[in-house]
Every structure is written in C-alpha cells, then in structure tokens.
Design a protein around this ligand. Structure first.
Ligand SMILES: [Zn+2]
Ligand SMILES: [Zn+2]
Length: 314
C-alpha cells in the first residue's frame, strides 16, 4: 500500500491503522492512542484513587502504558510511581531494570523495586527446581503468580490504592477463548479493566486492555522509547492453546479490522456482567495474611517448598 497522508494534519503518514481506517503521522498516532487510553480510563476507572503504581517490566506493552498513562495521571494530579519487580533472573532482570529506569527518567517518574530475593529465593532457584522436576508446574505460570503476589503486597505495604498493568488485547483474546474451551467461564471476570480492592487486596486496572500488541509496538517506536530486546531466558517454547486461539482471531482481524476490539468490548460490557461467579470467599493466608483462595496461599507454599528443597540440596 503506498504511504498515505495523516488523517489529522495531512502530512506524510507513518502508521496505517486498519481498525481506524486511517493513516497517522507520529504525533497524531500518539494522540490517537492516548485518546483511546483516556476513554478506557474515564469509562471504567472510578475517581477517588490517590496513589497509583504502574507496573513496568520493560517490555513494549508496559512501556507504552507508562508513557501514555503518565500524561493522564499527571493531568489528574495523582501521585504515581513506576514499579519494577526484580525476579532475580540472571542478566535479564538487571537489563530490564536499566531500561525501566531509563524510560522513567525521561518521564521524570520515580521507580520503586520489589525484590523477590527479599523472600529468600529467586526465579532462578525456581527454574532450576522445575528443570530438575522437583517442582511440577510450568515456570511461566509460577512466575505469573509470584508477580501478582509481589505487586499487590508491595502496593499495599507502601500505601498505594491502585496498581496498573500492561495487559494487552491479544493476551485478553487468548485468555478468553482458552477459558471458554476449558469451561473456566468464571475466570473471565478477571478480565475486567478495573477490579476493585478490599482490605489488603489493592485495586487493579488494565488501561491498555483494548490496545493491540502491535499498537503498543508502534507507540513505543513513536515516542522513541527503549524496550527490553530479548525474551526471558526461562520462557519455555510457548505452544499453548492460548497462543493458537489468539493468533486465529488476529488472523481474522486482518480481514475484518477491529474484530478483536469489538470482541473484547463485548466480553467486558456484555458477557462479564452476566457471569455469576460462584461466591469464592477469599481467605487470609495463615502465613502472610494476604487474601487467597487456598491456605497457605500459593506464594507461601512455593516459598516453603523452595526453601526446603534448597536446604536439602546443600
Ligand atoms: Zn498528523
Ligand atoms: Zn501467604
């Protein structure tokens, strides 16, 4: 397709955005993206939050989130910092933190760091134990649980009342379809753009839930941000059903631009409100006191198991 002119200013355009049926120059792509994020914020996020943590891993999605949301949070006069979770992945964690600090520095945002090693182990320990088959659960699924736990605990202990994460549209579609395939319909409730907090469970939100992965890539390019180059060295060759279902929808989206956004909107606005999730009373973990559906919570069980295995190896 020959390069067109920006829909807004008529100058030479950089980005063809099929679901907007429009070309945009750098500046107007940024504006278009920011407006969509702002609409999600205004529609789904209640007023009244005061201290916000933006979780940033250094990947394209969370870096795009940080740049875009910082304008909005700044305009609203909210107190906000970035949060990096140091999982102790050799080389990778340090490089990711460097990139997060560099971007946050450009935006004049302070970075706080939650360290897994403060709890006596790292994801490197977990990875070794999974490889040795002493722990039988995929390393990425353990990592996801650990990140959610640290994010919430750090936010709560430091007085934050909202944590924002960079989940994107592509992941949301994959998660939705695989939840339907496996019958875990009530899991879809987790996809709400905003989930309120209570007690020591801090409210969470996903302001870029309706942004395609590729849009986040364009956005970090357009704002000239640096992102983490390689992928996590512990990541297993991903061939889950999530990915295949996601790719099928994204392929259909190529022929019917915007189909994935429409699907995601309908999931959030029409499907989720009709799901009557069984009253899953969260208990308090008897070890750490944080909410969990099991007692002890997944994190405390992992911590216990890793420390037992590590001391038995010595
Ligand atoms: Zn323009
Ligand atoms: Zn616990």
């Amino acid at each position: 397709m020959p390069r067109g002119k920006c829909r807004v200013c008529g100058r030479e355009a950089e980005y063809w955005v099929p679901w907007a049926n429009a070309w945009f120059c750098h500046d107007h792509f940024i504006e278009y993206y920011d407006k969509r994020v702002r609409r999600v914020w205004e529609k789904y996020f209640p007023r009244g939050h005061r201290k916000v943590l933006v979780a940033v891993s250094g990947g394209k999605d969370s870096v795009a989130l940080l740049y875009s949301i910082s304008k909005l949070l700044g305009d609203s006069g909210l107190y906000y910092h970035a949060l990096f979770i140091d999982l102790g992945i050799p080389g990778y964690s340090r490089e990711s933190l460097r990139i997060v600090e560099k971007n946050a520095g450009r935006l004049d945002i302070e970075v706080e760091v939650a360290r897994l090693s403060d709890y006596g182990f790292t994801m490197e320990d977990v990875y070794r134990l999974v490889r040795a088959r002493r722990i039988r659960r995929p390393v990425c699924s353990i990592c996801g649980m650990v990140k959610r736990y640290l994010m919430n605990r750090y936010a709560y202990e430091h007085g934050y009342d909202l944590v924002l994460t960079g989940h994107n549209l592509d992941d949301m579609i994959g998660f939705t379809l695989s939840s339907i395939v496996s019958g875990r319909i009530e899991d879809l409730v987790k996809l709400k753009p905003y989930v309120e907090g209570s007690g020591n469970l801090v409210a969470r939100g996903k302001p870029i839930l309706f942004m395609y992965g590729v849009e986040n890539k364009w956005y970090v390019e357009a704002v000239d941000a640096e992102i983490v180059g390689g992928q996590c060295p512990f990541r297993a060759g991903e061939s889950s059903i999530n990915v295949e279902l996601r790719d099928a929808v994204l392929a259909a989206d190529k022929k019917h631009p915007g189909l994935a956004i429409l699907m995601a909107r309908n999931i959030v606005d029409k499907l989720i409100p009709r799901i009557r999730a069984p009253e899953k009373k969260l208990k308090s973990c008897s070890v750490c006191g944080y909410p969990s559906s099991t007692d002890p919570c997944g994190f405390c069980r992992l911590r216990e198991r890793v420390s037992a295995l590590l001391s038995s190896q010595e």
